[in-house]
Design a protein around this ligand. Structure first.
Ligand SMILES: Cc1cc2nc3c(=O)[nH]c(=O)nc-3n(C[C@H](O)[C@H](O)[C@H](O)COP(=O)(O)OP(=O)(O)OC[C@H]3O[C@@H](n4cnc5c(N)ncnc54)[C@H](O)[C@@H]3O)c2cc1C
Ligand SMILES: Cc1cc2nc3c(=O)[nH]c(=O)nc-3n(C[C@H](O)[C@H](O)[C@H](O)COP(=O)(O)O)c2cc1C
Length: 477
C-alpha cells in the first residue's frame, strides 16, 4: 500500500517531526503485517485495513494541526523582521512581505524591537532586513534586542532564515549590526537558507543580493523591474536663507517641490529620496501635505575641487527652480510626532531645522502641546525663512521656550550644547512629565555633541532605554 504525500515532505511545516511520526506509523503497520497470519483471513484483512485508516488519519492530523510549539508564523509562513533608523530597512521589509504574499506565502511584518528570543524560537522561517547606524550600532528600535537577546546564544535550532544587511561602505563598520545579528543567529543554531546579502548605500549594483534573497524565499519574480520607484516632481522655488550682508555659498536653502501628479500623503519624520543618476540622496521633509507642497532645508555641499555636491547641486544651484527631478517619499513611522499630552524637546542645528519644523507643524496642526526648541546655526538669519518662522511660532505661543545659539558673527558665540548644559534640572523635570527628546541634524556635529551631553546629564543606560522606547529620537545623518 502506498500513500501519496500532497506536498514534498521536506516542505511541510515542522517537517522533521512529522516525517518521524509518519515513519513510526509505517513501522507499526509493517510490524503488524509481520505478526499477522499470511492466510488473508477476513479478520487479518480487517485489522490491516483498520491500521491503514488509523495511519492515514494520524498523517492528516500531523499535517493539518499545528504542532505543539507552533504559532501562525511558524506554520509555514514567514516572520519578516526589520531594524531601521531612517526607514529604508522597514520599507524593504514591507516590500518583501508583499512579495511573499503575492507568492501565496503568509508573512508577518514586525520590528526587531517588538519581538524576543521566544518568538524566534517558535518561528520556522524568518527574513531579517536590518540597517546599521552610528558606528556599527543597531538602529534605535533594535537596541533592546541587541542588548538582551543577543547577549548570549539562544536555542533557535528550529529556525531557517535569510538576512539582508543595509549599510554604507564609507563607514568602517560596514553592515556591522547585520553581520553581528547573522553571527548570533548561526551561533544559536539557526540555519541560513542563503548567503547574507549586503546592500551598500542602496546602490543598484549591490541590490542584486536583495533580488537573490527574495528569489530564494519567494520564487523568481516575473513582473517587470520596478525602477527606483520615484515619481516626477518639479522644483517650484529655491529660497536662500541669508545670514549676513554677503551671500554665502553654504547658506541654507529652502527648496519647495510640487509633484507632477497628485500630492501624495506623508507625515512628520518622513524622508524624500531624490534620484541623482544611479544614486540617491535623502532629505528630511520639512513640511506637511496640508501646505500644498514638499519643502526641504538643504545645506549646499561642495567637493574639494569646488564643484557642487551631487544632490545639493541638483536642488539648489542657480537655475534649479523649474527643474524636473525624480522623488520618492519613504515613511519613517518611528519618527512620527508624539501625542500632544507628551511634551517635546526639539534640538537641532543647521539643516536639522527641517525635522524640527515638520514635527512642530504636525503638533500645531493637532493643537500645539508643550514644545521646547533649542536650535543653533552659524549666524542669525536676516531674511524670512525657517529661522524666522521659529521666532514667529514662539511669539504665537506654539513654542513655549526657544533657545537659539549662533556659532559665528558679532554677538555672543555659542553652540547648542552650551545652551543645554545648565538645563539638567529642567530636562529631568520634562522627562518626569514623559517628554520626548528629538534631535535633528548632522551626525558628527549636533548628533554627537548633544548625545555626549545627554549621556553626561542622564547617564548612558537611561539614554539607551529612552532610545529603545522611542523617547529619544535621533534624526541624524
Ligand atoms: C535620513 C537623512 C536625512 C537627511 N536630511 C538632510 C536635510 O534635511 N538637509 C540636508 O542638507 N542634508 C540632509 N541629509 C544629507 C544628504 O542626504 C546629503 O548627504 C548631503 O546633502 C550631501 O549630498 P551631496 O550629494 O550634495 O554631496 P556629495 O556629492 O555626496 O558630497 C558630499 C560630501 O562628500 C565629500 N566628498 C565628496 N567627494 C569627495 C572626494 N572625492 N574627496 C573628498 N571628499 C569628497 C565632500 O566633503 C562633500 O561635501 C540627510 C541624510 C540622511 C541619511
Ligand atoms: C548617522 C548614520 C550612521 C551610519 N552608520 C553606519 C555604519 O556604521 N555602518 C554601515 O554600514 N552603515 C552605516 N550607515 C548607513 C545606513 O546603514 C544605510 O544608509 C541604511 O540604508 C539605512 O537604513 P535605514 O533607513 O533602515 O536606517 C549610517 C547611516 C547614517 C545616517
Amino acid at each position: 500500500m502506498t500513500l501519496a504525500l500532497p506536498v514534498p515532505a521536506d516542505r511541510l511545516p515542522g517537517a522533521r517531526f512529522r516525517v518521524a511520526a509518519l515513519g513510526a506509523g509505517m513501522l507499526a503497520v509493517a510490524g503488524l503485517c509481520l505478526v499477522l497470519p499470511a492466510d488473508g483471513s477476513a479478520a487479518a484483512r480487517a485489522l490491516e485495513a483498520g491500521a491503514a485508516v488509523a495511519l492515514y488519519l494520524a498523517f492528516c492530523c500531523a499535517v493539518l494541526l499545528p504542532g505543539r510549539s507552533e504559532r501562525s508564523d511558524g506554520d509555514g509562513g514567514w516572520l519578516v523582521v526589520h531594524a531601521s533608523q531612517t526607514g529604508t530597512a522597514a520599507d524593504l521589509a514591507a516590500q518583501a512581505a508583499s512579495r511573499l504574499a503575492a507568492a501565496g506565502l503568509s508573512a508577518r511584518l514586525v520590528p526587531l524591537g517588538e519581538i524576543g528570543v521566544a518568538d524566534l524560537a517558535v518561528a520556522r522561517r524568518a527574513l531579517f532586513v536590518v540597517a546599521t547606524t552610528g558606528e556599527g550600532e543597531p538602529p534605535d528600535p533594535a537596541i533592546r534586542f541587541h542588548r538582551t537577546a543577543m547577549a548570549a546564544p539562544a536555542d533557535l535550532s528550529g529556525l531557517d532564515y535569510a538576512l539582508v544587511a543595509l549599510g554604507d561602505s564609507d563607514y568602517p563598520a560596514f553592515c556591522g549590526f547585520g553581520r553581528a545579528l547573522d553571527s548570533w543567529l548561526q551561533a544559536s543554531g539557526a540555519r541560513p537558507l542563503t548567503e547574507r546579502a549586503e546592500i551598500d548605500a542602496m546602490m543598484p549594483a549591490s541590490r542584486t543580493g536583495w533580488t537573490r534573497v527574495l528569489d530564494r524565499i519567494a520564487g523568481p519574480d516575473i513582473s517587470p523591474p520596478a525602477g527606483d520607484g520615484s515619481a516626477p516632481w518639479r522644483i517650484d522655488r529655491v529660497a536662500r536663507q541669508s545670514t549676513g550682508p554677503m551671500p554665502d555659498r553654504e547658506d541654507l536653502a529652502l527648496v519647495r517641490l510640487v509633484p507632477e501628479g497628485p500630492l501624495p500623503d506623508w507625515g512628520a519624520g518622513d524622508v524624500a529620496e531624490i534620484s541623482v543618476g544611479d544614486s540617491r540622496r535623502d532629505y528630511t521633509i520639512a513640511s506637511l501635505p496640508a501646505e500644498g507642497g514638499l519643502s526641504l532645508v538643504v545645506r549646499p555641499a561642495f567637493h574639494p575641487d569646488g564643484s557642487p555636491g551631487l544632490g545639493t547641486g541638483l536642488l539648489t544651484a542657480t537655475g534649479a527652480a523649474g527643474r524636473r527631478i525624480g522623488l520618492r517619499i519613504r515613511a519613517n513611522p518611528h519618527l512620527r510626532c508624539p501625542p500632544l499630552d507628551r511634551p517635546m524637546l526639539l534640538i537641532g542645528a543647521g539643516s536639522g531645522i527641517a525635522g524640527i519644523r515638520a514635527q512642530l507643524a504636525a503638533r500645531i496642526a493637532a493643537g500645539g502641546g508643550a514644545n521646547w526648541v533649542v536650535y543653533g546655526d552659524r549666524l542669525p538669519a536676516t531674511s524670512t525663512g525657517p529661522q524666522a518662522e521659529l521666532l514667529a511660532w514662539h511669539r504665537a505661543g506654539w513654542i513655549g521656550r526657544l533657545d537659539l545659539a549662533f556659532s559665528r558673527g558679532d554677538g555672543e558665540r555659542c553652540r547648542v550644547p552650551d545652551r543645554l548644559r545648565g538645563e539638567a534640572e529642567t530636562l529631568r523635570d520634562w522627562l518626569a512629565r514623559d517628554a520626548v527628546v528629538y534631535v535633528c541634524g548632522g551626525a558628527d556635529g549636533i548628533g554627537a555633541s548633544v548625545h555626549a551631553l545627554l549621556v553626561e546629564m542622564l547617564g548612558e543606560g537611561v539614554l539607551q532605554e529612552m532610545a529603545a522606547r522611542g523617547d529619544y529620537r535621533r534624526d541624524v545623518y
